[in-house]
Design a protein around this ligand. Sequence first.
Ligand code: FAD
Length: 296
Amino acid sequence: MTPPSAERPSRNGKQPLKLSFEFFPPKTDAMEERFWESVHRLAPLHPRFVSVTYGAGGSTRERTLRMVSQIHAETGIDAAAHITCVGASRDEVDQVIHAYKTAGIKRLVALRGDPPEGVGKPFVAHPQGYKSAAELVAGIRRVGDFDISVAAYPEKHAQSPNWDVEIDNLKRKLDAGASRALTQMFFDNRFYFDLRERAAKAGITAPIVPGIQPIHSFKQISSFAAKCGASMPDWVAERFEGLDEDPETHALVASAVAAEQVIELVDAGVTEFHFLTLNRSNLVLALARLLGVRPD
Ligand code: FAD
């Protein structure tokens, strides 16, 4: 007899897998409808937490707060708010942290953010602002006992001159009080394995959770990837070639590509995943199922 879902072994057959899901705050009523549909479809997977991003330069401050508060109230799932410190004084950022504390939000994803002129432009801190994510983490710690995640970059942040600076910076953020790092999207697992090795050599013991971006639309995701410094391997691009007008085959290929990626990671001992949902649930549901994580 097939055991009930809670007793089925997960893909690695040993440790239960911990999943978290990232959403972005919707801008319109139609987008909000899709947002909630996805949240409600993914909630029965019992993610460890879901997170909601913060628009460039804090442009979605109110919406992010509303979404995380409402997710927590409606689903009971821990919701984490992304927060950035670009373009704001320490006082202004501290006010946002206090607002989360007052709203009962216990998890934050602490980021420096990018300049309003765009990713790739040099970052200039606000004269009275936090100058880096590491300083922001320390600032959050002063306000309250939040569970804090920070960012990590399998292909190195574009502004890091070398890997020593990159890993030092990651260590500084974790030492300042973060519990884990969530990675930028990547499509070649070798980048992640190398990052994990470099971090371990530097004495980093906190989990480095891979950020998995299912390729809902190759056109859209390859453009996002280019903007955030994640390379798209030719072999992935080739698989989607000619599928722009064939959504069904595109979805099947997307599912296979992401499945290959996560299964290789599980086989290499990864037990935590952060799925970048782009407010869509289908591919994430399929991947969770392949990993042995089923809805109630
Ligand atoms: P930091 O860790 O402060 O580092 C940025 C760079 O500066 C690194 O290269 C680092 O090595 C270098 N650096 C820092 N301090 C020093 C120092 N003292 N000396 C030398 N070099 C230094 N952006 C948003 O606007 N909203 C979001 O919601 C959002 N969510 C994200 C979620 C994840 C999982 C990831 C990976 C990124 C996210 N971003 C988001 C993007 C992020 O804001 C940018 O990548 C930004 O450029 C860097 O942020 P950080 O927190 O990594 O910065």
